[in-house]
Each structure stands twice: as structure tokens, then as C-alpha cells.
Design a protein around this ligand. Structure first.
Ligand SMILES: Cc1cc2nc3c(=O)[nH]c(=O)nc-3n(C[C@H](O)[C@H](O)[C@H](O)COP(=O)(O)OP(=O)(O)OC[C@H]3O[C@@H](n4cnc5c(N)ncnc54)[C@H](O)[C@@H]3O)c2cc1C
Length: 109
């Protein structure tokens, strides 16, 4: 039987960034990441690398971001969550702080 201090289920960006944060804060803990197929198989693997957020509120809008999110989600998004999250997106992006390379190209179309 495997014994561990922390068990993380899922090896996408959510699980792996959590593992990194815990390892940095508590190097004394053992951390195990469990995933259902091969370790690289996740939605994270297929992401193109763009991060949608309103970077300049003078030329973009949180309403447009929410509408785009709901449209891209094709009925699967929680509208209440999308409404509250979109204004927080510029400060909530964690990818660069954990070393994930993403696109920095700005688009306003
Ligand atoms: C084609 C595509 C393009 C995308 N492009 C972008 C983009 O450009 N920009 C962007 O911001 N986002 C994009 N996304 C969305 C982004 O990939 C996801 O929001 C993000 O990767 C989710 O990360 P996660 O760690 O929450 O989940 P995931 O990456 O899906 O990881 C979930 C993990 O949990 C594991 N798991 C699931 N069920 C179980 C179980 N029962 N037992 C054990 N393990 C389990 C999976 O195997 C996987 O390892 C895209 C998604 C896709 C599919």
C-alpha cells in the first residue's frame, strides 16, 4: 500500500501547480499525484496556451469576456461563476508564476 502525506488526484495544471505550491511550502511532506491514465493525459495537454482576460478595460469589457466564456463553454459553464470570475481574471492568472509559458499576444477582436 502506498502511504503519502498529500494525495492529489489529477495531473493537469490544477493538480500539478497544487503539488508545486505544497512542495515549496512544506518540503517535509510526501506528495503523490494520482491520475486515471498516463501522466500527461489531461485537458491541460491540449490547451493552446492563450489566457483570456480583460487586460485593458478601456478597449475591452468584462461583459464581453463573460459572453465569450459562455459561448466557448457551449452550455457547460456556470454563468454565476463566469460573471464573478471574469473581472478577477487579470489578477487571478497563475500560469506565469509557476513557469508555464503562454501566449502574451493581445487580441481585442
Ligand atoms: C483543446 C483544448 C484547448 C484549450 N485551450 C485553452 C487555452 O488556450 N487557454 C486556456 O486557458 N485554457 C484552454 N483550455 C482549457 C484548459 O486546458 C483547462 O481549463 C485546464 O487545462 C484544466 O486544468 P485542470 O488541471 O483543472 O484539469 P485537466 O487538465 O483536465 O486535468 C484533470 C486531471 O484529472 C485526471 N482525472 C480525471 N478524472 C479522474 C479520476 N476519476 N481519477 C483520477 N484522475 C482523474 C485526468 O486524467 C487529468 O490528469 C483548453 C482545453 C482544451 C481541451
Amino acid at each position: 500500500m502506498i502511504e503519502t502525506d498529500v494525495l492529489i488526484i489529477g495531473s493537469g495544471i490544477g493538480g500539478l501547480s497544487t503539488a508545486i505550491k505544497i512542495a515549496e511550502a512544506r518540503p517535509d511532506l510526501s506528495i503523490t499525484v494520482l491520475t486515471k491514465t498516463i501522466e500527461g493525459e489531461s485537458n491541460t495537454r491540449y490547451a493552446q496556451g492563450g489566457v483570456a482576460a480583460v487586460w485593458d478595460a478601456e478597449v475591452d469589457s468584462y461583459t464581453k469576456h463573460k459572453e465569450d466564456t459562455l459561448d466557448a463553454g457551449d452550455g457547460l459553464c456556470d454563468e454565476k461563476l463566469s460573471t464573478s470570475w471574469c473581472p478577477k481574471a487579470p489578477t487571478g492568472c497563475v500560469t506565469s508564476s509557476i513557469g508555464v509559458r503562454g501566449s502574451t499576444r493581445k487580441r481585442h477582436d
